[in-house]
Design a protein around this ligand. Sequence first.
Ligand code: HMG
Length: 395
Amino acid sequence: RHDFPRIGIDAIALAVPRRFVELTELAEARGIAPSKYLTGLGTRRMAIAAPDEDPITLGANAARRLFQRSGASPADIGLCVVGTETAVDHAKPAASFLHGLLGLPSACRVFEAKHACFGGTAGLLNAVDWIASGSARGRAALVVCSDVARYALGSAGEPTQGAGAVALLVRERPRLVEIEVGQTGTYARDVYDFWRPLHHKEALVDGHYSVQCYLDALAGAYGDWRRVAGDGDPLARTCYHVPYGKMARKAHRHRLAMDGLTEQAADESFAVEVEPSLDLPSRIGNIYTGSLYLALASLLNAEARALEGQRVGLFSYGSGCCAEFFAGRIGPEAGALVAALEIDAPLDGCRRASVAEYEALRQGDEAADRRPAPEGAERGGASLDSRVVYLGLDS
Ligand code: HMG
């Protein structure tokens, strides 16, 4: 093993849309037993985005909150990666919008990472490697995972929708989670389980096949991880990519079966080792690239103090597909920092929307993509203020 500096997640912040739909109400509207959504899928609510709540504004709001709460400054950033699979432009990366909106330094590498839900992890592990290589020269990385999940109205995927962003500050001597650098388990395979052809607003999915692809990828990545890093102390908790809560339960069973445990033993450990990570995902839905980090945020929010010094596993899956299993250690003073970060506070201002209101918002989706560029953008010089007004950022 190499002797890397201590690198990882120093702070975390969320942004969510203003509205959510109660899935019991969606079930009623679709003529489906609510227990299918609540117990069968393990979902409770889905956040829904208005036109001014796109991956740019959600991502910028999460990043602003990250700076406000963590004490870090935009001037500290030398790399900004945005993981998204619902970008607003085919060429201009979301990271360039954020570079302008956040006032990041000009000596800053910015780019967008796309690989379905794996894009955020691609950004995070790239940032870790950038620091480990020495390229960071003491600077920090900003990794933003931001998405709006959309399936066809009335489809099987509909109750698994969500929207939101997670911003991560990645640097040396991290206060929240120190990542085990260079010790990830990886799996990739060319599959058609979930995709979104150009000009499709909604994702297409082969739902049951996607569940199998996720489990196959978990087996591959976890098996690879056990070979490179499995001899450390046991994982106190594991956060999985959470398209819906039941998927995390299936994943946990699948992983522990590889360790020789029965389904019953896996279900018993699930309540302790996984359930605390599912609170925020069940209140927001699948936020694609940010989903694993929403699970991590949920775990920290619930248990950071109790887990100080302990090792946690992280599993990221992106359809198509690529997956990575890796581990990190919770910092010795993570509990106090998490209290100051007030991770779940952005959910306080959210309000319940009716199914009719949600459907009306969805009908406006196509028009949202054809919005005029902000004034002056054609000349390449829209002011920050005009973008803020146009994009509807939090002040
Ligand atoms: P479905 O066909 O509507 O549901 O689709 P089902 O019939 O398979 O039922 C689901 C579960 O509910 C089953 O339990 C039923 O028994 C149970 P399970 O066998 O799974 O344990 N059930 C009930 N429980 C209580 N009361 C009832 C009841 N009725 C049934 N009355 C599916 C489910 C997940 C396929 C669908 O929602 C879907 O297509 N979702 C979108 C795709 C998805 O989330 N895939 C997950 C893996 S791929 C992934 O994670 C990547 C992704 O995030 C994208 C990316 O990478 O960018 C999606």
